[in-house]
Design a protein around this ligand. Structure first.
Ligand SMILES: Nc1ncnc2c1ncn2[C@@H]1O[C@H](COP(=O)(O)OP(=O)(O)O)[C@@H](O)[C@H]1O
Ligand SMILES: [Mg+2]
Length: 230
């Protein structure tokens, strides 16, 4: 589904990603882990076309998207929920949901019903300002908005960050349902148990390089100790 080959990205003159190669099979959940500042968000933004790589390729469903504009990638089926959620605090829930779809020029009626089934709270709070929602509700709104673009691959950057445990469980359940629906998920996550419960495959980044990758069963304590604990 998504193949990244030898990706090198520099920001402000420093090399942030070094020869990153990854392969995400379709219909699975792939968890990307790593300590703070190792380049996880930079990799996701590069996949979305927000940063241009110096070298390397990004292939999605066999199509070379390395130099494609972000909107081309969104149209090809990449959905993105940024770290910190990126919702508009002064727009209502309804406006936040519509804006993602408008940008895509899509009709959203059926998908909106699906989003309300996953996150009933959004339907109850449609007229409320996004900024008035709790952290967990904002995360649900951000995921709902991304789903309105009908992604084949949904990319989530630390969805559990700053969110209370019962909502974390709910987001975990949502990810399982999305996988059942055939959506592939790329999840950046620091919360190890969340990854272990949800992921099929994993990779660990350290200082801009992939230092471990495999199926989630291969994420042993030794691997965790050498690459994830401080
Ligand atoms: N726009 C930018 N310009 C320069 N350096 C950046 C920029 N964004 C991030 N960085 C640096 O790149 C490194 C990786 O950041 P990031 O991808 O956000 O890490 P992570 O998501 O793994 O915490 C950090 O050292 C960060 O300071
Ligand atoms: Mg980050």
């Amino acid at each position: 589904m998504l193949t990244i080959e030898q990706l090198n990205v520099a920001l402000g003159g420093s090399r942030i990603l070094r020869d990153v190669s990854l392969h995400l099979p379709a219909h699975r959940v792939f968890c990307l882990m790593g300590r703070n500042g190792v380049g996880k968000t930079t990799l996701l933004k590069s996949i979305m076309g927000l940063y241009a790589p110096r070298h390397g390729r990004i292939l999605f469903d066999g199509r070379d998207l390395t130099h494609a504009a972000p909107e081309t990638r969104a149209n090809a089926g990449l959905g993105y929920v940024p770290q910190g959620r990126g919702i508009f605090p002064h727009l209502t829930v309804e406006e936040n949901l519509r804006i993602g779809a408008i940008a895509q020029g899509r009709r959203i009626k059926e998908t909106l019903e699906r989003v309300f089934t996953l996150f009933p709270v959004l339907k109850d709070f449609l007229p409320r300002k996004g900024g008035m929602l709790s952290g967990g509700q904002q995360q649900q709104l951000a995921i709902g908005r991304a789903l309105l673009t009908e992604p084949k691959l949904l990319i989530l950057d630390e969805p559990t960050e700053g969110i209370q445990p019962n909502i974390i469980d709910q987001i975990g359940e949502t990810i399982k349902l999305l996988r059942k629906d055939g959506i592939t998920v790329l999840l950046v996550e620091q919360y190890l148990d969340f990854c272990k419960e949800l992921a099929d495959d994993f990779a660990i980044l350290d200082r801009g390089s992939v230092v471990a990758t495999g199926t989630i069963a291969e994420l042993t304590d030794t691997v965790v100790k050498s690459h994830l604990t401080v």
